[in-house]
Each structure stands twice: as C-alpha cells, then as structure tokens.
Design a binder for this molecule. Sequence first.
Ligand code: S3P
Length: 438
Amino acid sequence: MAVSSKRAPALKGTIIAPGDKSISHRALIFGAMAEGETVVTGLLEGADIMSTADAMRALGASITKKGARWHVIGCGESGLQTPKGDVDCGNAGTGVRLIMGAAAGYALTARFIGDASLSVRPMGRVLDPLSEMGISYTSEPGGRLPVTLSSNGKLTPLDYTPPHASAQVKSAILLAGVSTAGTTTVTEPTLSRDHTENMLKAFGVDVKVKKAGAGQKVSLTGPITLKATNVDVPGDPSSAAFAIIAALTVPGSDIIIENVMMNPTRTGLFETLTEMGAYLRTDNFRTSGGEIIADIHVKHSKLHGVTVPPERAPSMIDEYPILAIAAAHAAGTTTMRGIAEMRVKESDRISATVALLENNGVRTTEFEDGFSVTGGPVAGGGMVVTHHDHRIAMSALILGLNADAPISIDNSAMIATSFPTFFDVMASLGAPINGLNA
Ligand code: S3P
C-alpha cells in the first residue's frame, strides 16, 4: 500500500530497537547446523528472518516458536539434508549467501530461489570461492538465482582474500569451512561486521582472529559439529538509525532508543553523525548475546556536512540512505564515496537515494562510487519509487517528517523485511506517517 509522511511535531518518547537482522539470521542458521537445541530470545520477526527459518526447516532443522522464544533443533552430526522442494530465501541476501555457504559443507543438492529483487543480485561472490572448495552449481547468467548447488560434502579448505570487505562472503566461506577437513582462512582488507566470528565461538568453534593491516585474518579448522547454545539477540543499530535521524531532523525532538547494539563494526553511522554535530548520548552499557548494547539519547541538532571516509563504509554500509536524509538537513555538503557496493543491495541504493532526494527538492550529485547531498529546506511533495527496498522506503518517510509538502512512497509492504514494527514505533514517537487509503 502507498504510504505518506508529513511535517511532524517534536518527536518524544522511549522506544526499544527491534532485534538485529544479521544476528537473527545467524542464530537460526547456526542453530540449524548445531547438535542440540538452541533457544533464541529477541529474534527479529521480520520477513527476511522468517524466510531463513523456512529455508533451514527445508534443509532439515526443526524451528518453532513457544511464547516469546524460538527453539531450533539442529541437524548436528547427521548434517543439513537435501530439501524436498526449492529453498526460498525471499528478499534476504544475507540469508541466501550464508545458507549456501552452510549447505556447501554437506552432501546434498539444493535449488535456491528468491523474490524479484534477490534474483538480480550477484551470487558469484560466494559461489566462486565455494566452487574452489569443491561444490558445483548451475545458475542464471551472471551467477544469479535460481541456483542449484551440489556438494559431495568433502570440500577442500580454502585460503581466501575477497576483493572487498563483505561479511556475507566471509561468513559463507567460514560456514563451509566448519564442515571441511583442514583450516579455512578468510583475509579481509577492511574489517566487516564480525558477528559470525563471535557467534561461532559461542557455538563451540575455535575461531582464530589475527589483525592484518586495516583488516584481519580469520581461520577455523574443521570438521566441527557446532554445539547448540542460547542466543539473546541485541537491538539493531541499522533499524535504530531511522528513529535517530527522525529525532535529529525534526525540531524540538528528544527521544531515547533502548537496547542498541554498539559493536564497533556496526557503529560507523553514529561516528559520522557525531562529526556532523549530532546530540547522541550513549548510556547504560551492558551486554546481550555477547554484544555490547546501550541506550541512546537523541535530541534535534543543527547538523553540518562532512566527507565520510571511504574506509568507514563496512561499518555503516546499510546506513547511507538514512544518512543522506540527515545530510539533506545539514548545512553544506555531505560527500559519501567508496560505496559502489550500495549498487548491488536490495536495489541500486545510490541511484534510488539520489532519485528520492531529487524528487523532493534536495540537491545531489551522483558518482559511480557514491553521491553527495547539499542540505537546505526540503520541498517534499514527491512520490518515491522504492524499488521494493525497505531502507529506501523508510528513509523517504523520515524525510517527509520535516518537508514543506508530504512525501509518499509507492509501496510499504517490504518494510516488514527488517523492521515489522516501524509504523507502531514511529507512531509512538508522534510521527505522522499514514496509509494514503487509510
Ligand atoms: C550483512 C552484511 C552486509 C549488509 C547486510 C547484512 C550480514 O552485506 O549489507 O545487510 O549480516 O552479514 P555485505 O557483506 O555484502 O557487505
């Protein structure tokens, strides 16, 4: 359904960040590989995670919800199994890439499919290294889904240096390495989110991490059967970002967001906003599921443009569309480059973000590897084409909260992939976001 947002009064209140999407995928995938029962609390119940749950059931795990807890009974020693039908990963890039890596280590054949957006995203980045380890596959041209992956379960360990920092690629190879005899190593040029390394340790794997320049070398020696453990999923900084930028840009706002994961491989946005002059105060540090979490107090702030260092990209790769909304309200120009990866996310997020802003009277410049935004009053009034991308949809609605005319989006259903409670959470802060037909 089409939805619009309009100029908001000061946003006030306390909200809780929804469960982290990256950690939720991993909890279900690792639990499905493990021996025994993994109990997950705080799981993000977004559509992407439900796709991963269905995929892991298809590969042999039992996944059920009892009360607020998710119970995963893994395949353990018997390993993931050849599924009866297709493994449908929906819209989830993280889901499909990690699951292909996990499945690669077992003797099975599986056909992976996804929705229209996932079906145009590149899978060669995991299929190529997995082929070096010994899988075979057929795919649509360019390594696109549907992909049929076959493995004899006897892979060769790999020492791999991906061309750019990607937690999805790193994770897929390490998960294949778990079931492979010998030592599998991934050397990252820049550190990407480290949830796989951290969580594999909690599942009993001796993961070795060594610093290597600005990046790291991660290795593990298989075969190992993961041991079930309990996972308490911390709040998602990438989802918290939408409420944070709303409060920073709507005059008079003063909000608290509780339960936000502060893992340094995920907090590049907070660093950038602080450089832009944002009032962001973190408090009440504690741990949840092995990660540091905190509450963030945010007040409306006078922002100024900055140049975001390209090396910060891996720690905020999903946050550039919403950072662009902050930049639209900042004095001067904000330049974001070295982020060509954004072109192969749920949509081409560089061109989608630029179009979103231009449609609503914000000045931008597009580069092959990024874009810049010059701040000022936002005219609004545009109908934003979301390309079925949840982060583009939410970013557009946040821009509408401080624009001269309401901003509409063509579709809002896909917001449920990562932030199913977005509308309720924003309404609780007083944000006027409404269905056009409501
Ligand atoms: C993710 C890694 C990132 C990110 C994605 C989640 C993960 O992708 O964009 O939303 O959970 O590993 P890349 O690894 O391709 O950068």
